[in-house]
Write a protein that binds this ligand. Structure first.
Ligand code: NAD
Length: 515
């Protein structure tokens, strides 16, 4: 049970057995599936099975949504002050239990403990943003809009909303959604990734201990069956999705066809542009951290360095030295800077893409294939990999690798760099490294990308701005969290009000608004 339950015992306890199944969380309690489908959960560092996850059915979704719909009725009526109180208590619990939660995430995902704490910290920011819900939901009033008439507007919750999340941030991405959805008065049903499901139940228990009424936060574990049931359920008003582009496009199209509000964030290929005037040591440090951190399994990872030809050799030399020195080990090992990738299949796919780079004529400067970490010989490790002379026609460039592989594309200067960035179908994040304010300004205005960093490699917006890409990185109108999150989970109501004087004459028959 240690891998999945937020008890006070250490989730990394080596006595953990392979016999526990992560279940659903419905009506404020763990609940087994109606069917018996399940799949194994691995420790990616050892390659061992450490448990299983239930794969829910349509019936499980029906039960969860029915419970959520009941809960949404009263939760949406609760005062803003009381809702904010729950958010504040949840925030305190999340801080108090960060170490246990980070250990659980590291065990199921493989990322290092500091990295797991980092993702919890970024999720915490959104909780703190949502604590300000009384301020965020303040409406507008036009007193005396016309003679004797006042007009006022505010936003109301949608009811039941669903979140479908990826494996790479099992805490942060659910926390991009749930605190905002719940603070605005909705009930939230989470379908986490089946690859690292334990954090979802940990969060469910913290919500309960914070005083959230049963049914306002539910979890249905599973795969496509659960996703499809949520997309077709008539009582699910809105769907937030984060994952790969093909599934994001599918979720968007199906949910929209069902008349639901939908935001679907997809994959990415993020370019870090290095101009000749950049501090090359700093740029190399930032690129290595952003390419190999979390084994490259971040939607904002910088996976392509677009480098001005005149400094390309000097930069590649620095990148190679740093890539070779990254400390790769199990996520819970002291000093580990990079852990394994998520599954054996992911490792095989990434190594296949490195094969293709070599076969198609790119230059393999640092080769991470066949990487072995002593003591973890069966872990799903791929070493930091650096590929030079990559062109946009290479498969390793065309695909989102989602592993520790950094491509180097050489360009003549800023104009060509912007062309390369804009020719890519994705538009999630990008960054520029330069000493020139003018070049940075030209870049940030010229790129067709949703989130831009200037000498900042991973420009994930703080919680009171909103997160989202352009083009194939986002389907739907709305970015997540921040002001756009508040709007996504609510709808507006406007009242035009008049209290006629007793002696008022008869109403005009014509449509009339003279002011
Ligand atoms: P994924 O698309 O495989 O899975 C995401 C979710 O969709 C999971 O809950 C999964 O169970 C479900 N799913 C998978 N196949 C499905 C299908 N055929 N039908 C219905 N549902 C299905 O993504 P992943 O591998 O878990 O995560 C990595 C991907 O997520 C990468 O592409 C990464 O760029 C992307 N990502 C994007 C962002 C962003 O903000 N844009 C953030 C994190 C991750």
């Amino acid at each position: 049970m240690t891998a999945t339950t937020p008890t006070t015992s250490a989730p990394t306890d080596s006595t953990a057995t392979a016999s526990t199944t992560v279940t659903h969380w419905i009506d404020g309690a763990e609940r087994a599936s109606t069917g018996d489908a399940e799949q194994p959960v691995f420790d990616p560092s050892t390659g061992e099975v450490i448990g299983a996850v239930a794969l829910g059915s349509v019936d499980d979704v029906d039960t969860a949504v029915a419970s959520a719909a009941r809960a949404a009725e009263s939760w949406g009526q609760l005062s803003l002050a009381k809702r904010a109180g729950v958010l504040f208590r949840f925030r305190e619990l999340l801080v108090a239990h960060t170490d246990e939660l980070a250990a659980l995430v590291s065990r199921e995902h493989g990322k290092t403990i500091p990295d797991a704490k980092g993702e919890i910290g970024r999720g915490l920011e959104v909780v703190e943003f949502a604590c300000g819900i009384p301020q965020l939901l303040k409406g507008e009033l036009s007193d005396q809009a016309a003679t004797g008439i006042d007009v006022f507007s505010w936003r109301e919750p949608l009811g039941v909303v669903a979140g479908i999340t990826p494996f790479n941030f099992p805490v942060m991405v659910p926390l991009w959604m749930a605190p905002v959805a719940i603070a605005t008065g909705n009930a939230f049903v989470l379908k986490p990734s089946e690859r690292d499901p334990g954090a979802s139940l940990f969060l469910a228990r913290l919500w309960q201990r914070a005083g959230l009424p049963d049914g306002v936060f539910s979890v249905v574990q599973g795969d496509k069956v659960v996703v499809d049931a949520l997309l077709h359920h008539p009582d699910v008003a809105a769907v937030s999705f984060v994952g790969s582009t093909p599934i994001a496009r599918y979720v968007h199209d199906v949910a929209a066809a069902q008349g639901k509000r939908v935001q679907a964030l997809g994959g990415a290929k993020n370019h870090g542009v290095v101009l000749a005037d950049a501090d090359l040591d700093d740029a190399a440090d930032q690129l290595v951290a952003a390419a190999y951190g979390a084994a490259g399994e971040r939607c904002m990872a910088l996976s392509v360095a677009v480098v001005e030809e005149s400094v390309a050799d000097a930069l590649v030399e620095r990148l190679a030295a740093r890539a070779r020195s990254v400390k790769v080990s199990a996520g819970d090992q002291p000093g580990a800077e990079m852990g394994p990738v998520i599954t054996a299949a992911a490792k095989a796919r990434i190594e296949g893409l490195i094969d293709s780079a070599e076969a198609e004529g790119a230059t393999l400067v640092v080769d991470g294939r066949g990487y072995v970490v002593p003591g973890y010989e069966n872990g799903f490790f791929v070493g930091p990999t650096l590929v030079d002379h990559v062109s946009p026609e290479h498969t390793v460039y065309e695909e989102e690798v989602f592993g520790p592989v950094l491509d180097v594309v050489r360009v003549s200067g800023l104009a060509e760099a912007i062309e390369v960035v804009n020719a890519n179908p994705y538009g999630n994040g990008t960054a520029i490294f330069t000493a020139s304010g003018e070049a940075a300004r030209t870049f940030r205005r010229g790129v067709k990308v949703g989130m831009v960093g200037v000498n900042v490699p991973i420009p994930v917006p703080v919680a009171w701005h909103s997160f989202g890409g352009w083009k194939d990185s986002l389907f739907g109108e709305s970015h997540v969290y921040g002001p756009e999150g508040i709007r996504f989970y609510t709808r507006g109501k406007v009242v035009t009000q008049r209290w006629p004087h007793r002696d008022a004459g008869p109403a005009a028959v014509s449509f009339h608004f003279s002011g």
